[in-house]
Design a protein around this ligand. Structure first.
Ligand SMILES: [Zn+2]
Length: 257
């Protein structure tokens, strides 16, 4: 069976028989994750979430298409680690904008960015592109989708390559996880209370935090925890995609009529 929700799989012949309402664009990063996770962690996990959600949504509404993901993200603050690939936000915005313009050309006016990297920030681009074009762009940082139930699944909070990210990796590609070499993920705290409390923010240069850029303890990670979290996240996002696909764009969209 051909996956007609997957743009890399569907043919022109099939595309012409379909009307796609919603396009989903995964965006991630290629960077180090403590000592034990693959560099492609964000890209693999984000692609999995986007594809799984589009497959589920397709079964319910037959009008969602998943685009190939962008594997690079904003990583200038991780360049101290070998083979981190950095793409500036300006470049990333230009690429995403061109994708949105192409979709608009093909009369798709509802676009969902599924973002899997904390360093990417598409809010200003979305504000601008929606003013410039007759499109509606939605941003979903997928790792945050189940945060209201986080403590029921995980023992400790994650920041980078800790219990959460490692659990999802164990659920999806355990053969690529080297838990025996993982560092405990201790991180040097900020020296200023304002930064520790979060009412003053900055960008972290990860090499100043520790030697492996892991922040959060991966030792209690398990595939089962990863599966549980993915189930919650993917069900929520899939349901949103269906709702969005079925919603008519009227003068008050996306607000209530
Ligand atoms: Zn990550």
């Amino acid at each position: 069976m051909i996956d007609e929700w997957d743009l890399t799989a569907v043919s022109l012949h099939r595309l012409r028989q379909r009307r796609y309402e919603v396009a989903v664009l995964p965006v991630a990063a290629t960077e180090a994750h403590n000592l034990h996770l693959p560099e492609g962690n964000d890209f693999r996990q984000t692609t999995h979430v986007a594809q799984r959600c589009c497959r589920t949504a397709w079964e319910r509404c037959r009008s969602v298409i998943c685009l190939p993901g962008i594997p690079y993200g904003v990583d200038c603050n991780l360049m101290a680690f070998p083979l981190t690939i950095h793409m500036s936000q300006a470049t990333l915005d230009a690429v995403v904008r061109d994708v949105v313009v192409s979709l608009h050309h093909h009369d798709i006016r509802k676009v969902v960015i599924i973002n899997g990297h904390g360093g990417n920030d598409f809010a200003p681009l979305i504000r601008q592109v929606q003013s410039d074009l007759d499109v509606h762009v939605f941003l979903c940082n997928w790792w945050q989708v189940g945060h209201d139930g986080y403590e029921a699944i995980f023992d400790a909070p994650d920041d980078h390559a800790g219990e959460f990210e490692t659990s999802v990796a164990l659920a999806l590609y355990p053969e690529l996880v080297d838990l025996e070499v993982a560092d405990a993920g201790d991180a040097r705290p900020f020296r200023f209370e304002a930064l520790r409390k979060g009412w003053v923010r900055t960008s972290r240069e990860f090499a100043r935090v520790n030697r492996h850029c892991g922040i959060g303890d991966p030792s209690r990670a398990s595939a089962e925890k990863g599966r549980k979290y993915l189930d919650v996240v993917c069900e929520r996002i899939s349901a949103f995609l269906v709702e969005l696909a079925e919603a008519r764009i009227d003068e008050h969209f996306p607000h209530v009529p």
